[in-house]
Design a protein around this ligand. Structure first.
Ligand code: MG
Length: 164
């Protein structure tokens, strides 16, 4: 069996609408110059995309199945706590994270000052090196719901090793 048969890939996509009366949290980091995002948990759109990508790569379902938004226990919860739970699920399944690459699509706020802290925070929650997490931000040139500043999207691609 080839070495590549031990690798798995996963992608994740999440979208949340902006709202004025909540804090903005991305990758477990509070972003001072909001606006915040609407959602059942802390609406951390980036962490949600990463969790979905990881669960998909490990063939463990998705965050909607693991953490249903109808469950009161997840109301307002830090998505970083959920990410740590995903890490444990991966460990139980013998899956280890090799690499993660993320993109945030948002017209606002400017994320450059936060990128290093976000990478460090996600890496800490997953027990991997910051060097294993790529993060970039882009705008949508005024087009669509992102361009009109109605919300933001996050995309994540991951590579995992199975049978760790
Ligand atoms: Mg979400």
């Amino acid at each position: 069996m080839s070495e590549l048969s031990h690798l798995g890939i996963g992608t994740g996509l999440d979208v949340h609408a902006f709202c004025e009366d909540r804090p903005l949290v991305l990758g477990g980091v509070s972003i001072a110059d909001g606006p915040g995002l609407l959602g059942h948990s802390d609406a951390d759109v980036l962490t949600h995309a990463v969790m979905d990508a990881l669960l998909s790569a490990a063939r463990l379902g998705d965050i909607g199945e693991l953490f249903p938004d109808t469950a009161s226990e997840y109301e307002g919860i830090s998505s970083l706590v959920l990410l740590e739970q995903v890490r444990r699920e991966l460990e139980k399944a013998g899956v280890s994270v090799v690499d993660i690459d993320c993109t945030i699509a948002a017209e606002t706020p400017k994320l450059a000052p936060y990128k290093e802290e976000i990478r460090r925070t996600l890496a800490g929650a997953l027990g991997i090196s910051k060097a294993c997490i790529g993060l970039k931000a882009t705008t949508c040139e005024g087009l669509g719901f992102i361009g009109k500043k109605k919300g933001m999207a996050a995309f994540a691609s991951v590579l995992v090793r199975k049978g760790a």
